[in-house]
Design a protein around this ligand. Structure first.
Ligand code: KET
Length: 456
């Protein structure tokens, strides 16, 4: 009994296990419509606790998400100097969210087209969007596309694509272990565990050099069981901002292929690392060029600024077109009971932009200017710390790539900066450079300087 007199039996873990057991054995109670003996009896909980207590009284308060919870805390802060550098979301120099001009134009076209309807999309999503998305990541001249060896399905942004891919692998692939980098995006272990895979880590980041731990990475993947799945960030590794060079990618590719490991790329930042869509897809294209198989989860949240539209794609590159057809048929069985079919609006925006060469060009220019602004923020923050004589080598701020700087600040220093300077960031010391502006750089530099000199 708890203090409200409510019996808190059945710990969550036990309940989840029994649900899973029922699910796996396919042993569901017969439905009323199929079973003439089915009667509705009062729920065992009805009336037991009296009218005041909730049947959910035993539910524990869950912690906020480590990334999205930063925005929740930021929104509650009344300070006029507060800055949100938590979630990876692009802001203008004025600190405002940005809707790309080309996106506005595409939306206008869609709204003004009376032939457009709101019917359900197929389970696999918008066909044009899928084809164009595969072309964008693998390249228009990719042999895998020309040979119809790619199964692409529209999913709910990058997260949904990873989740559908994870569940497909848990159901159909012989090896259930997925290796993810240490560290990685905080949602990865949760997505893959709940997909039914078993998560292990491979070494990735060297905190001494603030660079790639190639040796550790190669050792860990060498000792992985043959066939294991390997999650790779296609570019702009989150949270470290450290990517392998092309030469290092080639090492990694050779090892992965020689051990028959299965690469699963997470491409959430194509165009954001270098400003070039093609350059940021090089890692993925290297793996497709060798004729082997791989999975890719694409997101249009950052590179087209379509965050809340939830637009993404999962592509599975197969050895042959007949395998791709069967893979697609099974992906449909994963998707249908999960969310039936994906939303139409965001994918229509993407397809409108990708299929029109003028709009595509306009997009690449806007994308480059976002990437350039982030790069200039790196330079400004680095200069501001140097001006202040802040102890430490801060050159990693300009060396790292993509949306984030992995500062090396510890959780205590971060807590201090939030309390005293109203700077919001994740407790691992990650800063979203895209949330910074020329106006807020001095404030951030003051905060970092104070945090570092205080604990020195
Ligand atoms: N992969 C990576 C590596 C990633 O950083 C994100 C988002 C996603 C996938 C998924 O994005 P989606 O919106 O589902 O397309 N990262 C930022 C936002 C978040 O945590 O949801 C972030 O790290 O701040």
């Amino acid at each position: 009994m708890d203090e409200m007199g409510v019996r808190c039996s059945f710990p969550v873990a036990v309940r989840r296990l029994s649900t899973l057991g029922r699910h796996l054995s396919g042993h569901f109670p017969a439905m009323a419509s199929e079973n003439p003996n089915f009667t509705i009896s009062p729920s065992p909980t009805a009336g037991t606790y009296g009218s005041a207590a909730s049947v959910f009284a035993c539910i524990a308060q869950a912690p906020e998400d480590p990334i999205l919870g930063v925005t929740v805390a930021y929104n509650k802060d009344q300070s006029p100097v507060k800055v949100n550098l938590g979630v990876g979301a692009y802001r203008t120099e004025e600190g405002k969210p940005l809707v790309l001009n080309v996106v506005r134009k595409a939306e206008q076209l869609l709204v003004n087209d009376p032939s457009r309807v709101k019917e359900y999309l197929p389970i696999t999503g918008l066909a044009d969007f899928n084809k164009l998305s595969a072309k964008l990541i693998f390249g228009a001249d990719s042999p895998a596309i020309q040979e119809n060896r790619v199964a692409t399905v529209q999913c709910l942004s990058g997260t949904g694509s990873l989740r559908v891919g994870g569940e497909f692998l848990a159901r159909h692939y012989h090896e259930r272990t997925i290796y993810i980098p240490q560290p990685t995006w905080g949602n990865h272990p949760k997505i893959f565990t709940l997909s039914g895979l078993s998560v292990k880590y491979y070494r990735y980041y060297d905190s001494e050099t603030r660079g790639l731990n190639l040796q550790g990475l190669l050792e860990d993947l060498s000792s992985a069981s043959p066939g294991a799945i390997v999650l790779l960030h296609a570019c702009a590794h989150n949270p470290t901002g450290v990517d392998p060079t092309l030469e290092q990618w080639e090492h990694i590719r050779q090892l992965i292929r020689s051990k028959s490991l299965l690469p699963f790329f997470d491409s959430a930042y194509q165009g954001f690392a270098s400003g070039s869509l093609d350059a940021d897809a090089r890692s993925v294209r290297m793996f497709v060029a060798d004729g082997g198989e791989c999975l890719t989860a694409q997101s249009y949240a950052k590179n087209m600024g379509l965050y809340g539209e939830r637009v993404g794609a999962l592509s599975i590159v197969c050895r042959s077109s007949d395998v791709a057809v069967r893979v697609e048929s099974q992906l449909k069985l994963v998707i249908r009971p999960m969310y039936s079919n994906p939303p139409i609006h965001g994918a229509s925006i993407v397809a409108t932009i990708l299929k029109d060469s003028e709009k595509f060009k306009e997009w690449t220019i806007e994308l480059k200017s976002m990437a350039d602004r982030i790069i200039s923020m790196r330079k400004q923050l680095f200069d501001a710390l140097r001006e202040r004589g802040t102890p430490g080598d801060w050159s990693h701020i300009i060396k790292q790539i993509g949306m984030f700087t992995f500062t090396g600040l510890n959780s205590e220093q971060v807590a201090f900066m939030t309390k005293e300077y109203h700077i919001y960031m994740t407790s691992d010391g990650r800063i979203s450079m895209a949330g910074l502006s020329s106006r807020t750089v001095p404030h951030l530099a003051d905060a970092i300087h104070a945090a570092v000199t205080r604990s020195n």
